[in-house]
Design a protein around this ligand. Structure first.
Ligand SMILES: [Zn+2]
Length: 267
């Protein structure tokens, strides 16, 4: 039995797992064996181990492929197997190795080896931080911007990954997206907008409920939308989208978005 532990440098977890596979494969092929079993909790790392194309940790993959080429050349009946062992399963041997690895802390030093994905992650985090700092500034967000909560507490923030932010909640409807955008930016066919840009035009709610038809009035106080009002000062994005779906005429240009909608009845 043999074991070794080597610092992987400044890497992502995936890079570190790939490095661990390299250590294991190189060590195993140094013995006279015909079957190698790699037990890992990352099949992505397992796939990368035999992928020689350009990617983070490619040097580890090239080292693995090189020793495996000799391994298979010298032993035609040999094999290598990758077993998927999720960490949460806590299989004893894998759990011990996992605990030993994650509990080991080694000072990075002045010039640690740094993986490509680590640099990408750092760059993306800096970009995201800059976006959110810029977004939080009142002069860039604008005082008419509608804040929305993503969950119970947190405000929605700009993001770069997986379409996060506002759009995943809105879905694929172009019309709904347009109405949501108008409401969020307060750039909509409502009295408050006309008051700012077309002060000579009528600013009242079509029902005459108020002198200036504001977003807040539409969300919480207008009889037209009383079926599902949005009373929270900072609503959740889910309730906001539900409000728009419940009221197809909200923030819509009747001729464009609701061609079949009826004009408002007189009060
Ligand atoms: Zn009204």
């Amino acid at each position: 039995m043999s074991s070794s532990k080597v610092p992987a440098g400044r890497t992502t977890a995936l890079d570190a797992k790939l490095f661990a596979i390299q250590l294991g494969v190189v060590k195993a092929t140094s013995f006279d064996v015909k079957c190698i079993i790699i037990i890992t909790d990352s099949l992505t790392a397992a796939r990368r181990a035999v992928d020689a194309s350009v990617h983070s940790g490619q040097t580890h993959s090239l080292a693995i492929v090189q020793v495996l080429r000799d391994f298979f050349t010298n032993h035609p009946d040999c094999s290598i197997h990758f077993w998927d062992c999720p960490s949460k399963a806590q299989w004893s041997l894998h759990f011990l190795a996992h605990e030993d690895t994650t509990s080991t802390k080694i000072a990075a030093g002045c010039h640690p080896a740094t993986s490509l994905d680590t640099l990408r992650f750092k760059s993306a985090a800096a970009c995201l931080n800059a976006w959110r700092t810029f977004f939080a500034h009142p002069s860039s967000q604008g005082r008419y911007f509608l804040p929305l909560k993503g969950g119970i507490k947190n405000l929605l923030q700009p993001s770069y990954a997986k379409g996060e932010g506002w759009l995943p909640f809105i879905g694929k409807s172009v019309t709904l997206c347009a109405r949501a955008t108008r409401a969020i930016l307060n750039h909509a066919p409502i009295g408050e907008f006309r008051q700012r840009f077309f002060p000579a035009e009528c600013t009242q709610c079509p029902y005459g409920h108020c002198q200036v038809e504001t977003c807040r009035h539409i969300f919480a106080n207008c009889y037209r939308f009383a079926h599902f009002p949005l009373t929270d000062l900072v609503p959740t994005v889910k309730n906001f989208v539900k409000f728009l779906k419940e009221h197809p005429s909200a923030f819509a240009f009747p001729s464009q978005d609701c061609p079949f909608s009826e004009p408002p009845e007189p009060p």
